[in-house]
Design a protein. Structure first.
Lengths: 442, 442, 442
C-alpha cells in the first residue's frame, strides 16, 4: 500500500499542488455555491456524493444556517475610486456578510473594518456565521491611509433559506469497520488552511480507491463545525463503525509534521501516527488532545469520543500567515504536500496491517537457520534488523501484541516488522491470531 | 471562599503575626500550663474546646505521661553569678527536665549541657519526654567559656500525675465528611516551628467559621506525637469521617512552599495542594510521603492511612534556625504568613468546589455563541482562557472527571475552571453529577 | 548470606580467576570432549551431574547435532611452513569444522578464512554449528601477507553421532521454588565470554552449598541455545518451579555492571538486580529485555516467559575484544570477578529475604523509645538510617509491601531494611505475613 518510490512521490506532490491551485481562487464559505463548485472540482478525481441539508434543520444543539452567496463587493473612497475589491481577494469581505449598498462616514466604516496592525500588508480572514453583520477585511496600511469623507460600501451578497452542502466518498473495504478522513472545506482563498487538506484527502481517496483495503474508508468534505455536527447528527447510527480517523488540515507548509492525539490519547490511530512521525527521520511534534482546533472537537465530544486525531504540519494559529492573505500559493510546496501524503499513506498502511499473530513454536526459538532465515556463521557481533525483527515477533507473538506493539517495544520500524512477519508466515512459523482461533474452535 | 484582595491579605498577615507574637514567649511542652495558656489565647479567636486526658491513660502502644510544669531555672557559676537564666529564654531548660537544685562540678554539669558547636551563639531546643533526666541548653560560646569549679543548678519544675491537654474546634458543614487541620502546639519559644502553624490554623478556622462550607472542619491543637496518638485513640469511631487533612507547621519563614504528600500519594488533597503550588507563580517543592516528620506520621500509619499531607514553607530540619533560639520573631514575616494562609485557603476552596458534572449536550459541542458565551467573530488565532475552560469542561464532563481533573488535564487554573463551570450551569449546559443521578432515579 | 569482608572477597576473586585460568586453554564447542573436560574441572568444586543427550534427539523445533571433536589443525604455506596452528590458539579453527586434509589454491583458501580487518592482530571466533563447512580464523595481518601458491590445510576433527553434554547441580532448599543460574559453557578460549561466567557460577554454587537457603538452586552449564532448548524440552515438567533466574556471562571485564531485564520487565529478579546495582555505589546500566543475547532468549520465549534476566559486566558485542583472541586472561581481573560475585550474592540475598511482614501496631507508631530502639533526646534535625528504616517498615507493613518494596519506596538499601526488620521482629513489633495468616486461620 506504500508509495515509496521517489518519482511516484514527485508526481503525487505535483498533482496535489495542481488541485490546490484550482481550488484556491474560489470564494468558499460554510454554505453556498463556492462550496459546491469546490466539490465539483474534487469530483473530477473521485466519485464524490454531494449532500444538501436544508436551512433550519436541527442538528443537536445547532440549526443549519441560511445559505450565503456572494457575487461582488467593494469600497469606494470619497473620490469614487474602488479601494477595496472583492474581485482581487475574496478575503476582503467579512465571510457571511449581509448585503449592503450605501454611503457611510469614515467613522461608521471603521467599525466594520478588520486589519492586522502587526502585519500591515496582509488581509485578515474573518467570519460572522452566526451573528448577522457586514464588514470588510483590509490591510492595515490601507486602513491607516483613509481620510475623512463619505465612502460607498457595496456587498452584493444574499443570506437566504437554502442548503448546507457537503461531500462524501465512501469506499467499501473487506470489513465494515471504517477509517474516517475528514477535512473542513469552507475556507475561501487560504491555501494551507485548508485547501491543502482538501487536495491531499482527494488524492488519498483516489490512491485508496485503487487498492482493495481491509478497512472501509469515509472521506468527508464539510464546512467546519456545523458540517461535522450535521454529519454526526444525520448519520448517528453509522458512527459506531468508525474505528479510527484523522482530521486533515494544514498539510503543505514547510513546518514540521504535528500529530494531535485523539481525546482517548492512546488509541491505535494515535500510536500509528506517532510511530510514523518517530520513524520519519524528520523533526516532528506530538500534541495532547485539546477541545480547541478543527472538527476533532466534534468527533471527540464526550457523546462520541471517537478515535480521531489530527495530522498536520504547523497547526492552526501557530504560523504567522494563518488566516491571512499570506496563506497563499507561495506558502505551500509540492514537496511538503508529498511528504504529508506519504505520512498519511504510511499511517493507513499500519492500520491496514496491524494484526496479532501467534508463534507456532512458542517454546524456545524455532530454528531459523535451517529455513535459511538466519545468517549461517555464528559469532558475529550483531544481528541484522531483519533477524532482530523475526526474533522480536516470535518472542512477542503470544496473542497479546499486535505488530505495532512489537514495533514499538523493539524500536524497529513497522515496515521492517511487517516484512519479517510475512516471511515467518510464509515459513509456517507464524499464524494470524483470529485465523488460528477460527481453526481451533470451528 | 477565596481571600484575594491585597488589603485583606495584609490584614490577615498582620493578624497572624500578632497572634504569633503573643504565643511566642510562653513556655510550652507536651503537657502543662504553658500549653493551656496558649489554648486560652487561641480561644479568644475561635470557640475552642479544651480536653484534658489523665496521666496514665493507655493510648494504643503509648501511655499519657506525667504532667510537666516549670516555674524557674538557672545555673550559677562558681562566683554565684547567674549565667543561664530560664527567664531570658525558656529554651535553656531541657524540656521535661526533672526538678533539681544542687551544686555540681563542671564535669558533671557538662554531661547535662546541650549546645550547637556550628552555631556558637544559638541555644538549641532539646527534649526528654520519655526518659527522666535534667539538663540545660546553652550557647556553645558559653559552654566553651566555663572554668573549673562548683556550679549551682536549679530547675524549679514538677513532673507529676496530671493531664495531657489538647484543643479542638469542630465546625459543622453541610456534610459530615471532614477536613482535618492539625498542628502541633507543644514547642516553646520557636516561632516558625510551630507557633506560626498554631496562629495560621486559628485564623483559618476563624475565616471558615464565617462561611457555611460543604465540608465539616476539625482543627486540632495538640502536643506532637502523643497528642495525635491520643486523639486518634479516643476518637477512633470518628476517624472515618476524615476525607482530607493537612498538618500545619513552619508557615512563616521566607523559604518556598513545600507540600509533603500523604502516604496514598495521589489523594485528592495531594492533587489539590500540588495544583495550588503549581499555579501559585512562585517556586515550590513537592515531597513524597515519608514516615518521618510531624503528626502525618500518625494519621498516615497503616491502620488509619488517612489522606493527610503537610503544607509548609521550608520543612523541618532543612533551615539552619530549626529547633534553635534563632527560630524567633525575626525569622518569620507577615507577608509569608499571609501567603501561606492564602495557599491553605485556596486548597480548601478546591476541595469545597471539586465536583463532577455532566454536559447536557454530550454529542458535539453546544452552540456557545447563541448564548453569548463565545466571541462573535470567527477566524481568530486563539480562544480566551474562559472559552477554553468552557470547551474543556464540556468535553470532559462525562461523569468521569472532576473539575480538578479537568483543570489538570487542561493546564488551566482551578479558579478559571470553576468560574466557567458556573457559567455553563447557569446556561443549563452543565448539571451536577449527583443531582442528575438523583433526578433520574428518584 | 552476604560475603562482605574484604579478605573473603579477595580470596573469592583469586579463586574464580584461578579456575578461569584452568578452563581457558580447553577447546570447547557445543558438544564434545572439550565440554566434558571443562565440566570435570568444575566438578572438583561442586557435585556436578553430567548429562549426555544422544545426537538426533528432537528438542522442540531443533535436533541435537552430531558430536564434534578435534585433535589438531594447521595451514602450511607453499614452502611447507606451518603458518596457522591450532595448538597455538584453538580459535584458529572455525568451530564445528568438518575434517579436511588437502592442498588448496590461495583463492580457495581465502573463501574459508575469517579475519577482522579493523583489528589486524586479533583472531576472530567463528562457528558453523548447523551448516557443515570448514574454515580457519586468522589475524588479518596474516591473511594480507599470503602469496599465491598451493597451501596445505589440515583439520583433524570428527563430526559424528555422539552426545550433547551438559552439567547440572541442583541444590535443594527449604522450598521447592527454584532460582536458576545458567551459563553457556561452550565457548573455547574466550575468557570473559564465558569462562568467567562458568567459574563465577561454580563459586556461587559452592558458596550456596554451604548455606541452607530458602530457595532451591539449579545451576546449568550448557552449550548456548541448543543446550537451553534441550534442557527446557527434557525438563518441561519442572520448569514451573523456576521462580527467578539469571544468565551469567561476561563477569570479569573492567566495564560497568549491566543488568538486562527479563521479558516480564518488572519481575522480582529484575527489581532485586536493579536495586543491587543502584546501591552498589558504582556506575551501572539497565537494559530492557530483547530477544537477542544469551540463553535468556530461550527461558523468556513466550511459551515459558520465565523471570530470567542477565547480569553481566559489559554485555556481548559491546567490547572490542568480544569474540576475538583478545578476550584472554589479560582482559579480566580477579577484582572484577569478585565484584560480580558480590553482586550475584547480594541479589540472591535479597530474594532469600524478601518477605512480607505485618506491623503488630498498625494504628499509630509503636513507641520505639521505651524499647531502646530510638534515640532518647528529642529535637534532633535528622533520624538515623536505622531509625528511618524501622519507621518505613512499620508504616508499610500492612501486608501489601515486601521488604524490597519498602527498600525501593524509602530509598534505603535492602540490607539496612532487612536489619531493621529483624530488630522489629525481635521486639515483637513485626510478624511475618504468612505466619500471621497461618495463626489466624488455622
Amino acid at each position: 500500500m506504500g508509495l515509496t518510490n521517489l518519482e511516484g512521490m514527485e508526481a503525487i506532490g505535483a498533482g496535489i499542488y495542481k488541485l490546490v491551485s484550482q481550488l484556491y481562487p474560489i470564494c468558499r464559505s460554510i454554505t453556498g455555491d463556492g462550496f459546491r463548485q469546490s466539490l465539483q472540482l474534487i469530483a473530477q478525481h473521485i466519485p464524490l456524493e454531494l449532500h444538501e441539508v436544508p436551512t433550519g434543520t436541527q442538528v443537536f444543539d445547532w440549526t443549519v444556517p441560511k445559505e450565503w452567496n456572494i457575487r461582488d463587493a467593494y469600497i469606494k473612497n470619497p473620490d469614487g475610486e474602488i479601494i477595496v475589491d472583492f474581485r482581487r481577494s475574496n478575503l476582503h469581505v467579512l465571510n457571511y456578510s449581509l448585503p449592503i449598498r450605501r454611503k457611510v462616514s469614515l467613522g461608521e466604516l471603521k467599525a466594520h473594518l478588520f486589519s492586522i496592525p502587526e502585519q500591515p500588508d496582509w488581509i485578515p480572514y474573518r467570519t460572522s456565521y452566526y451573528r448577522e453583520n457586514w464588514g470588510f477585511c483590509v490591510t492595515h496600511r490601507l486602513l491607516e491611509s483613509l481620510d475623512e469623507g463619505e465612502y460607498e460600501v457595496c456587498i452584493d451578497s444574499s443570506l437566504e433559506a437554502g442548503h448546507l452542502t457537503y461531500g462524501e466518498y465512501y469506499l467499501p473495504g473487506q470489513s465494515a469497520d471504517e477509517i474516517l478522513i475528514s477535512c473542513h472545506s469552507c475556507h475561501p482563498s487560504l491555501c494551507n488552511d485548508n485547501v491543502s487538506g482538501m487536495a491531499l484527502a482527494t488524492f488519498l481517496a483516489k490512491h485508496l480507491g485503487q487498492q482493495s483495503p481491509r478497512y472501509s474508508y469515509r472521506f468527508l468534505f464539510i464546512p467546519v463545525t456545523i458540517g461535522a455536527i450535521t454529519w454526526l447528527c444525520l448519520n448517528e447510527s453509522q458512527v459506531a463503525n468508525i474505528k479510527h480517523g484523522l482530521v486533515v488540515a494544514c498539510v503543505g507548509d514547510p513546518g514540521k509534521s504535528t500529530y494531535k492525539k485523539s481525546r482517548r490519547g492512546d488509541a491505535e490511530i494515535d500510536r500509528a501516527a506517532i510511530h510514523v512521525l518517530r520513524h520519519s527521520g524528520l523533526d516532528y511534534e506530538i500534541l495532547d488532545f485539546s477541545p480547541y482546533g478543527y472538527d476533532e472537537r466534534q468527533y471527540c465530544s464526550p457523546g462520541f469520543n471517537l478515535a480521531v486525531g489530527s495530522l498536520t504540519r504547523t497547526p492552526h494559529g501557530r504560523y504567522p500567515e494563518y488566516h491571512t492573505s499570506a496563506d497563499n500559493l507561495d506558502l505551500i510546496k509540492p514537496e511538503y504536500l508529498a511528504d504529508s501524503f506519504s505520512k498519511y499513506s504510511t499511517v493507513i498502511n499500519i492500520l491496514e496491517n496491524n494484526r496479532r499473530y501467534l508463534s507456532t513454536n512458542p517454546k524456545c526459538e524455532p530454528q531459523l537457520g535451517k529455513r535459511g532465515l538466519y545468517e549461517a556463521f555464528g559469532g558475529r557481533k550483531k544481528a541484522s534488523q531483519h533477524e532482530l525483527a523475526m526474533l522480536w515477533i516470535l518472542n512477542l507473538s503470544d496473542g497479546d501484541s499486535t505488530l505495532l506493539d512489537i514495533a514499538e517495544r523493539s524500536g524497529l520500524c513497522f515496515e521492517i516488522i511487517k516484512y519479517a512477519a510475512d516471511a515467518l508466515v510464509t515459513h509456517g512459523l507464524l499464524t494470524e491470531y483470529g485465523k488460528h482461533l477460527a481453526s481451533k474452535h470451528p
